[in-house]
Unconditional design. Structure first.
Ligand code: G3P
Ligand code: MG
Length: 236
């Protein structure tokens, strides 16, 4: 999580406003546009970590059905848009090559944390640094497991609402950041999270007026399908 500008622009699913989401093209586009970090969604499938958001392939590819009903070979043969394939985590990290930190969102449970930790451990033993990654999830037990397995890698608690025990969860997980939906953000919550010593990132923010509003409220960064818009705002 090395990127630490005053307002962190995180390319959502690469830069899904500009290229087919979660593809190598979208991730490269997100970086080329100047994102400080790129976010991807990762699922464990037959022992392989693949980069796709939905549990079905219908919305983002030319295929049909549930991801877990298709073989890895069938998934990899699909067109994910503009001739792109569903990439693996390894392919994404090879492409990024440490240019920006990668936020790896664990979409599935049941072994995903373990598989991601094993993959990242291998990279850390080579030449990667923990700050090149931010691992997050809505699945907090899975995130907890990741924290135990690879404590040096920063993690982010993902919330789609505001549970009563959010502060205890963030503390227990020793999360570097809390990633909130724009629907549930307010000034008091932001202040409470920051008083805990954590950063606050908000998803998914595509309108410049919302980016401006959140920045003025003290949010540390946004996930956006249009990193260029947030970067333009910062430059103004
Ligand atoms: O990590 C932020 C955001 O990606 C979480 O929601 O559904 O877009 O993965 P979703
Ligand atoms: Mg995501």
């Amino acid at each position: 999580m090395a990127a630490d500008p005053s307002f962190t622009v995180i390319g959502h699913r690469g830069a899904r406003g500009h290229a087919p989401e979660n593809t190598l093209l979208a991730i490269d586009t997100g970086i080329r546009l100047g994102s400080h970090m790129v976010e991807i969604d990762v699922q464990l499938h037959s022992g392989e970590l693949i980069v796709i958001h939905d549990l079905r392939v219908d919305r983002t590819t030319n295929g049909h059905g549930r991801v877990d009903a298709l073989s890895l070979a069938q998934l990899r043969a699909l067109d994910a848009g503009q001739g792109q394939r569903i990439p693996t985590l390894g392919e994404v990290l090879d492409l990024v090559e440490g240019r920006v930190p990668v936020n790896i969102e664990l979409k599935t449970g049941a072994g995903t944390a373990e598989a991601v930790a094993a993959h990242l451990r291998g990279l850390l033993e080579a030449n990667a640094t923990p700050e090149q990654f931010l691992v997050s999830s809505f699945h907090l037990p899975e995130l907890y497991e990741f924290r135990q397995l690879l404590p040096q890698v920063p993690i982010g608690v993902l919330l789609c609402g505001v549970p009563l025990d959010w502060a205890a969860c963030a503390a227990e997980l020793q999360a570097e950041c809390v990633n909130l939906s724009d629907e549930f953000v307010d000034e008091r919550l932001i202040a409470d999270i920051k008083n805990q010593g954590r950063r606050v990132y908000v998803y998914t923010v595509n309108e410049p007026e919302d980016m401006h509003r959140l920045r003025a409220m003290g949010v540390d960064g946004v996930f956006t399908d249009y990193p260029d818009r947030a970067l333009k705002l910062i430059a103004q």
